[in-house]
Design a protein around this ligand. Sequence first.
Ligand SMILES: [Zn+2]
Length: 340
Amino acid sequence: MPGALQIDADFFDGRSAHAHRVRLRRDGDALVITGDGVEQRVPLAAVRWPERTRHGVRVAELAGGASLQARDAAAFDAFAAHCGRGDSAVVRAQQSWRAVAASLAALVALVAALYVWGIPAAAHAALSVLPESADEVVGDVALRSIDAELMKPSALEPEEQQRVRDAFERFVDAQPRGSIPAHRLEFRASRIGPNAFALPGGTIVLTDELVKLVDGDTAVINGVLGHELGHVKQRDGMRMLLQASAVGVLASTLVGDFNSLLATVPVVLGQSAYSRDAERRADAESVALMRAAGISPAVMVTFFEKIAKEQGEHRLGIAIASHPADAERIRYFQDAAAQR
Ligand SMILES: [Zn+2]
């Protein structure tokens, strides 16, 4: 893939509203923009790629008010990653952590005091003042590690991925405005079997095996993704991390070195599980989202029945299938379905 990736976009010169249809490709350290009277080479360092937003049009800003817009968000995100937005994750991690360290330092007293009253309370307090950019950094670190150890690129046909993406987009669009946290869907083949999980910062990974297990039924997949959106919304991954490494957070803050703390991210997210309460809230979110989108919560009963028979060769603590549903959980979705 490297080198060959090109995408179409609309170029705006910043002076007129006229959209120039252009083609984008990367050439070394430059972004090459060609077509419809436009011929530009822009240093990649001068491109401001859009933040990962939940969906919709992507806009990259260039110098002098010019901009590039693309309607195919997934393709554009892939292209942005190809142009190095993703490459700098570790660099960004360190830069952001320096900023985060400053805000965390202010928290030390608070957290230390609350620590006396209990770790969950301290984690909750820390979470409320910790900027969400920290979640993204942690999520990037976690995804890299999980990718290296448990994942392979998805083998699903691009059309199938797009079909699932489109259905998920419609599911999200059916929700009240502003109720859905920033997120992004990633497909992977995995060694954790049919599964799905959310990382801090909103990356949701869906395994090929899960899509196949439910025969590509997007109602079921949306129910599962709704559950994962619940974890994102509640920042459960960060919460768990802060609880598991409360001592580490304090220590790292005092010495100003977050690398050792970041090193614990994969271990915590891989081996710990969300609390029962966190799972209940995510299930409740899933039911609410399914209702708004006209999907019967009964699909989740079927899902948990299917998944109970399938386990991957490896386990990932935060993933949905790592803890097969108990009777109470099944009954929750049954009751929700009956109340429709
Ligand atoms: Zn869960």
